[in-house]
Design a protein around this ligand. Structure first.
Ligand SMILES: NC(=O)c1ccc[n+]([C@@H]2O[C@H](COP(=O)([O-])OP(=O)(O)OC[C@H]3O[C@@H](n4cnc5c(N)ncnc54)[C@H](O)[C@@H]3O)[C@@H](O)[C@H]2O)c1
Length: 256
């Protein structure tokens, strides 16, 4: 069996770095992509960066990849969050699909978030699903302006989930033999999570109360990395369109 080649976005830190390391340790060729400190440098929040990702990955891979792990994302109360988390992720998946088709066992996965089940702004989600990036950015800006900036992040991930569930079973993906899934982590212990909310006890307690994780808060990054790696492995030949909650039991707690 030949060595598999994987593309990981957001590979410079956190979940992306851990996943790239996990795949490389198992013997795969990993093309690490990020806006900084990576083999392929591309800003996925803007059209030129998205085009650069596709062309650079084509060049360094020789025209065939076996898996895409789309991790790059931010949690800022800003329109940038929809540009990167929704439109950047779609561009990653769609832009690299022609290279995946060249594989005999192609797979793709995106990173969502448990927070998508907690809250969302209908205008942002609707504009994303209409694939209208400027309207989605404007709706996000309006939410920020109204003092509801925290809704932008879960909205970007809910839109991603909804797009993915229908795209996965359509002709471009399932029809082309490419399983496409999402992993929705609960709160896990990355440097960014620590810096943005875990370090402040009051904020951390509030998040832990909103997203109860009976298996532990925060969870380990390695648990997300190994699940992502499995979804793009040759072994995952029959699961597609799923949102896999790797959240220490938060989704089960909130939805039962
Ligand atoms: N850490 C958590 O608790 C948690 C929970 C749920 C979901 N997530 C999701 O997991 C993903 C990774 O989060 P993380 O905690 O590892 O954070 P992180 O900040 O360590 O990783 C994000 C990566 O994306 C890169 N990036 C940022 N802007 C970019 C751009 N414009 N173009 C390309 N790359 C860019 C960053 O450089 C970074 O390497 C995100 O999509 C996040 O929403 C994280």
């Amino acid at each position: 069996m030949s060595e598999r080649t994987y593309v990981v976005t957001g590979a410079a830190s956190g979940i992306g770095a851990a996943t790239a390391d996990h795949l490389a340790a198992a013997g795969a060729r990993v093309i690490r992509c990020d806006v900084r400190a990576a083999e392929v440098i591309a800003d996925l929040a803007v059209p030129e960066g998205r085009e650069r990702l596709a062309s650079q990955v084509r060049a360094v891979s020789g025209g065939r990849i076996d898996g895409v792990v789309a991790v790059a994302g931010v949690g800022l109360p800003s329109p940038l969050t929809v540009r990167l988390n929704f439109f950047g992720t779609l561009a990653t998946l769609e832009g690299l699909r022609p290279l995946l088709i060249e594989s005999d066992r192609p797979r793709a996965v995106a990173v969502s978030s448990l927070s998508a089940i907690v809250a969302a702004d209908e205008r942002i989600v609707k504009a994303c699903l209409a694939l209208d990036e400027e309207a989605a950015a404007a709706a996000a800006a309006a939410a920020v302006e109204a003092g509801r900036g925290r809704i932008v992040y879960p909205s970007s991930k809910l839109a991603l989930n909804q797009w993915l569930r229908s795209a996965a079973v359509a002709s471009d993906w399932a029809g082309a033999g490419i399983p496409l899934n999402a992993v929705a982590p609960g709160v896990v212990d990355t440097e960014t999570a620590r810096r943005t909310f875990l370090a402040d006890p009051a904020t951390s307690d509030l998040v832990a109360a909103t997203m109860p994780q009976p298996l532990g808060f925060p969870g380990p990054v390695s648990a997300i990395a190994s699940l992502l790696a499995w979804t793009v492995s040759a072994g995952n030949s029959f699961m597609t369109g799923q949102i896999l909650y790797a959240d220490g039991g938060a989704e089960a707690t909130l939805n039962s």
